[in-house]
Structures are given as structure tokens and as C-alpha cells.
Ligand binder design. Structure first.
Ligand SMILES: C[S@@+](CC[C@H](N)C(=O)[O-])C[C@H]1O[C@@H](n2cnc3c(N)ncnc32)[C@H](O)[C@@H]1O
Length: 343
């Protein structure tokens, strides 16, 4: 373990760390954290990095409902990473909406923020330090954002619910169970062996965004890894040097994610008097928003067989039912009553 790191110094004092604090430091600690050192695409590839088709379909979706959700001119991307989706969206939406557009980017990683500055389309781009917005309808978009937020895990044993915490024993990182007096679970909630996962960051960010949608209008479009119905199991996963790894190994050199619980987001949305659409697969969203038509149009302009093969493989990666096409789910939240027959 790096001797000058925060994690090392905390453990040296004999303290334990909540999982969310531990994961936060692994990903974002200054000079060490995974996202402070790596660009998106180092160990895993996201949909906007695969093809412009992804941003094109989202632009078609936005244009098709824009009148009904408040005539949006303001967009906010959560966790834009390299900024590729914002770049594609701003290019397409500039053609579809005849007004100056504003893009607000909420990105934690300092090194990724530096790259985003290079987006050159004719739109206003500003970085948000905090989730505070102008008092207008905003369209929020989050691709693989919520699954990258740190989580806490709670485990049910015959003695009730315990918090899983990280500690250092004999120079090895281990998980221990600790009774947590703040736990809000009811006594009969869950069965022995169940694991409940909560992201304090997600709850906070969703609260802010939902308050905004309720007051000023707009929408939130989420694409994330997660099942249609989440079980109470450990879904933490980590990837290091393009290979699956255990999240307590390869400290600061792994991307750590988990499976999002869309039902919890739905409940939070309903509590805020918003309407929740989804989850549906990424494949279904893309097909209903013109990916076939865009594919045909783009392929007609290609010069070589090689270019067609590349476009074809990008199309398959985005929509393949054995991969991203079905593992990633899409959800849409708004306060307006709109008919979305593919959700
Ligand atoms: C898996 S990447 C996805 C990047 C991008 N959306 C894409 O599709 O290529 C997750 C992104 O969320 C950012 N992120 C994670 N936690 C964040 C937080 N609390 N605040 C802002 N950005 C965060 C990361 O730095 C990273 O850019």
C-alpha cells in the first residue's frame, strides 16, 4: 500500500473505514485515485466512446419530447468522463433546437475536467462544482454515473443487520462486520445472508435533481448497469488492467462499480411526485429512437468495406443482447404526463 496515501494513514491509526469512504478514496484521492489518473477507455469502454450512434439516438429522443417537458435549452451531464457524449449531444441538438444551448457538466475527476475544456461545438459549456442549477427546466443525462458512485453495504446475520467496513489486518485489507446504531432497517426486514447496498451520494444527488424537476420541469435520463429487479446480494465489482479483480486488491488501480437498484430510484422519484419510466434495456431504447435508420444513413456515406465493418461492430456492441444492449438499462424521470410507448 502506498505509504503516503490517506487510506494507509487511516489504517495506520488502527481505524476502520466505511465502504463508501474507502471506495471514494480509491477512485478520487488526490494524486492516487483511479479516476484522477485514467481516462475513460483505459480498462472499460462506455457507449458514447463506442459510437456517435448512442448520442444521436438520445438527441432524437430529446427532440421528440422537448415541447412537452418544458422546451429545454439547458442540459446537465452527470459524470461526463471524457466529455464524448456532451460533444455528440451538443453537435446534434444544435441542429435540432434553434437556440443557444447551455451544457452544465458535473465531473469529480480533475484530470477528466481538463480534457472536457476542449469541446468546441457552438454551445455554452460550464463546469458545476455543486449540484445547483439555474431556475429553468433542465434535461439531466447520466450514462454509467450512478454505478460508479461509492456505496455502503449492510449484511443481515442471526444477530440483525451489520455494516460491512474495511480494515487492515496483518497488512491485508479485510471486510469486517460492525453493529451500526444509525441503521434504519426494520427488525423483520430481509433474511439471514441478505446484503443491502446504498449509495449516500446517489441519494443526495437524486434528491437535488428531483427537487429541481418538480419545481422547474425537465427530465432525467439514466443508463446504467443493473438488473430489472435487484436481489439482496453483493454486487460490487472491480476491473483492473482490463481484467476482473477483487475490489480490495490493486488499490487505486481499479475501477469499482456496483449494480444500480432502479426500484429504489423509482421509489425516490415517486416520493417526489415525479413519474418514472423504465427500466428498459439499452437495446430497446436505441431501436425505438432510430438506431437502425441512423446506421443505414451513415453506412451509405462510407467509402470502404473496412469502415462499414467498423460501423457494424459498433452497432452490435451497443445493442447486443449478450452485452451492453441488455445489461445496461435505461430509465426516464419527469413530472410531465407524456406517452412513451416504448417504456
Ligand atoms: C464510468 S464513468 C462514465 C463516464 C461517461 N459518462 C461515459 O459514459 O463515458 C463515471 C464518471 O462519473 C464520474 N463521477 C463519479 N463520481 C462522481 C461524483 N461524485 N461527482 C461527479 N462525477 C463523478 C467519474 O469521474 C467518471 O467520469
Amino acid at each position: 500500500m502506498k505509504k503516503n496515501s490517506k487510506i494507509y494513514n487511516i489504517f495506520k491509526k488502527g481505524e476502520t473505514l466505511s465502504l463508501s469512504r474507502f471506495i471514494f478514496l480509491c477512485l478520487y484521492e488526490k494524486n492516487h485515485g483511479y479516476y484522477q489518473k485514467n481516462r475513460i477507455g483505459t480498462d472499460f469502454v462506455t457507449a458514447p466512446e463506442i459510437s456517435q450512434l448512442f448520442g444521436e439516438c438520445i438527441s432524437i429522443f430529446i427532440a421528440s419530447i422537448n415541447q412537452k417537458i418544458g422546451n429545454i435549452r439547458d442540459f446537465c451531464e452527470l459524470g461526463p468522463g471524457n466529455g464524448t457524449l456532451t460533444k455528440d449531444l451538443s453537435k446534434n441538438l444544435n441542429k435540432l433546437i434553434k437556440d443557444k444551448l447551455n451544457f452544465y457538466l458535473f465531473e469529480k475527476s480533475n484530470s477528466l475536467k481538463t480534457n472536457i475544456k476542449k469541446i468546441a461545438n457552438d454551445v455554452n459549456i460550464s463546469q458545476l462544482k455543486k449540484l445547483t442549477f439555474p431556475p429553468r427546466p433542465i434535461f439531466f443525462i447520466a450514462n454509467e454515473f450512478f454505478d460508479a458512485l461509492p456505496i455502503n453495504q449492510f449484511e443481515k446475520t442471526s444477530d440483525g443487520w451489520f455494516e460491512r467496513r474495511v480494515c487492515l489486518i496483518d497488512d491485508k485489507l479485510k471486510l469486517i462486520l460492525k453493529k451500526n446504531t444509525f441503521l434504519k432497517f426494520e427488525k423483520n426486514y430481509g433474511k439471514n445472508g441478505d446484503i443491502d447496498e446504498e449509495s449516500p451520494f446517489a441519494n443526495l444527488y437524486l434528491k437535488r435533481i428531483f427537487n429541481h424537476l418538480k419545481e422547474f420541469g425537465g427530465g432525467l435520463l439514466i443508463f446504467d448497469y443493473g438488473p430489472l429487479k435487484k436481489k439482496k446480494i453483493d454486487t460490487l465489482q472491480s476491473i483492473s488492467k482490463k481484467k476482473k479483480s477483487y475490489f480490495l486488491d490493486n488499490l487505486y488501480d481499479s475501477d469499482i462499480t456496483y449494480h444500480v437498484d432502479f426500484e429504489k430510484i423509482k421509489q425516490q422519484a415517486i416520493k417526489s411526485n415525479l413519474l418514472f419510466h423504465g427500466p428498459i434495456t439499452q437495446k430497446k431504447f436505441l431501436f425505438f429512437n432510430g438506431i437502425n435508420e441512423r446506421f443505414i444513413k451513415l453506412s451509405k456515406n462510407l467509402q470502404s468495406k473496412k469502415q462499414l465493418e467498423i460501423l457494424n461492430s459498433q452497432f452490435i456492441r451497443l445493442t447486443d443482447a449478450r452485452g451492453m444492449g441488455s445489461l445496461i438499462k435505461c430509465n426516464f424521470i419527469t413530472k410531465e404526463q407524456i406517452k412513451l410507448n416504448f417504456f
